[in-house]
Every structure is written in C-alpha cells, then in structure tokens.
Design a protein around this ligand. Structure first.
Ligand code: MG
Length: 327
C-alpha cells in the first residue's frame, strides 16, 4: 500500500510559510516532509507555547496544529493567536489536525478560533485543497483590508475637497460656514471676542473684462495668498466666499485687533500694487471690506454676524471703496 502522504496532489498552491505544531515527532516530520515537497516553507514546533513564540517571530501564512499536546493544547494556541490578531487586524488561518473525530471536538476547535478541523491521518489531496481554500480566504481578507484603507483615504480627501475651493486652495463657502459655527461655539465658551470679516476685490468685473478670465483667476489666487499671509494665526480662517469675495473668521480678536488687520490689508495691497488697468478707485488692485466683532452670546448666530459684516462691506463700497468699515 502506498503512503497517502506521498501521493501527488492535484491543486497547485502558491508557496506558504506554514507553522506545523505537533508533539508527536513522527507525525510532525511526515507532515513537514510532505509540505516541503510541495514547495512550502515549514516551521516546526513540538508544543503550543513554543509555537506561539515562532508565530510572533515568523508571522506564518497558516498554522497546522495538533489538538492534544502536553501543557497547552491546540485550542490554547488558537486563542492566543486570535487575541494577538484582535489588535493587529491580521488573520492567520488555523487548521487543527487531530485523531479525535467527535463532533464536540470539531465545535470546540472552531469556537476557539480555528478555521477548519481535519482528522488524522489526513489525505494529502484533502490537505492541499484545504490549504488552497485558506489561502484564497486570506487573500480576500487582505484585499478587503486594503480596500477599506483605500476607501478611508478617499473619504478623507473627498471631505477635504468638499470644504475647499479648487482655484485658491482656501476654504470654500461650505468650509467657511462650518468654521464659523465652530468659532462661535469656541468664543462663546471661552468668552472671547470673535470677528467676522468679508472683503471684495474692487471693480473685479472690469479687471476680467480688460485682461480676460485667466488673468482674473491668477489675480484671485494672488489675493488669496496675500490674505492667508496676513491672517495666519492658528485659529484664523480665510475662505473664498464666492466669486471675488473673501471671508475671514478670526476667533479671539477684539475690535481693535480687527481694525489693525484691516489697515494692514489695505496697506499691503497698496504696496503690492498689483496693476488694475480699469479701476475707478486706484491703478492697482484694492479691497473693500466690512467686519463685525462681538462676544457671541446665545442669541448670536452665523447669519447675524454675516449680515452685519455684509452691511459693513456695503457701506465701505458706498463710501468710495478701498477701505474697511466695521459694524
Ligand atoms: Mg498530540
């Protein structure tokens, strides 16, 4: 009669690193011999505790373990492995090999973290087919893990894009509104003043008409970069509110501080002197702005602050542009 362990299997399985655990040296040796002939890399352990140490050291692709062993048994090993993997998110298939064939043993093996249960002696074709199935499951599990990580990254990027303006890289109106809500809550809790500022590039339509939309976009990018440079404390937010309109939310900024920033903006734009060929205000790009400052109580909403800043901006324009008004 031929040794069943020497029968050639029919299913090719990519080489695996297999941890073989059995206290019976002849069983272990026979299994290792057979699996080695199939091209797998074998790590042998004569007991569960030693197997666990080899598992940590070598991270095998699969564990083939005896059940009944002195000291710790195969179920103990499976439980230890699953405990470690609960932290790492990994999954290593565990197949039990045992002479016991009672239904309760099978159930015990599965409930403590085993994936399959084969009775000894196992036919090599069956064993190889099981390895194949486990390998397939493991690959699927890894793909799922990779996909879920990829999804998470895409989600973060989507959220970032949803809150930002593609042209300037600043927050967009949606991102600004979220920031404003948070800032109101923050300043209410800390009892500090909050400033909201709206500003607008003067005669921007004429700029576009004179130089074209490409130049208009370049101009908006430049204005955005300058505003970001001017309002760059950790809590400051600068947003593109729409078209040529920008919005700033400045937590912990009293009226005097807001006035200082407004003056700085006007001054910086005057000295940058970005040419505007058709402005009725100045030969260069100027901004009109409005701002409002308050310590937000329970009655203060984002709408109220934006309405006041917008009214102030309207007055700045009415008073001849290139200035900031506060309300
Ligand atoms: Mg045994």
């Amino acid at each position: 009669m031929t040794d069943p362990l020497l029968v050639q299997p029919t299913l090719p399985v990519p080489p695996l690193r297999i941890l073989v655990v059995d206290d019976d040296e002849s069983v272990r040796g026979s299994l290792a011999y057979h699996l080695d002939r199939l091209g797998h890399q074998i790590i042998e352990a004569s007991g569960a505790a030693w197997a666990l140490e080899l598992f940590d050291r070598h991270q095998p692709d699969l564990i083939l373990s005896d059940v009944v062993m002195p000291e710790h048994d195969g179920y103990w090993l499976a439980r230890q492995v699953r405990q470690r993997e609960a932290l790492s998110g990994e999954w290593t298939p565990v197949i039990f090999l045992s002479a016991m064939s009672e239904a309760t043993s099978v159930a015990d093996g599965i409930s403590c973290g085993g994936d399959d249960y084969l009775t000894k002696p196992v036919h090599p074709v069956v064993l190889e087919a099981k390895l194949h199935a486990m390998q397939r499951l493991r690959n699927m599990q890894r793909q799922l893990q990779a996909m879920s990580q990829e999804l998470q990254r895409a989600n973060v990027e989507l959220q970032r894009q949803a809150a930002h303006d593609a042209l300037t890289g600043l927050l967009n109106r949606r991102g600004f509104n979220e920031q404003l809500q948070e800032s109101i809550l923050l300043c209410r809790r800390l009892k500090t003043p909050l400033t909201v500022m709206l500003c607008d590039v003067d005669h921007f339509k004429r700029y576009n008409d004179a130089l074209g939309h490409q130049s208009g976009d370049d101009c908006l990018r430049q204005v955005a970069a300058m505003l970001r440079q001017l309002a760059r404390r950790p809590l400051d937010s600068v947003a593109r509110y729409g078209g040529e309109e920008f919005a700033l939310v400045l937590p912990d900024t009293p009226r005097a501080g807001a006035r200082t920033l407004a003056n700085a903006i006007t001054r910086v734009f005057a000295s940058a002197a970005l040419p505007h060929p058709d402005s009725a205000t100045a030969p260069h790009i100027t901004l009109s702005g409005g701002f409002t400052t308050c310590e937000p109580g329970d009655d203060v909403t984002a709408d109220v602050l934006l309405k006041l800043a917008d009214e102030a901006l309207y007055r700045a324009k009415a008073q001849g542009r290139n200035r900031f008004v506060n309300l």
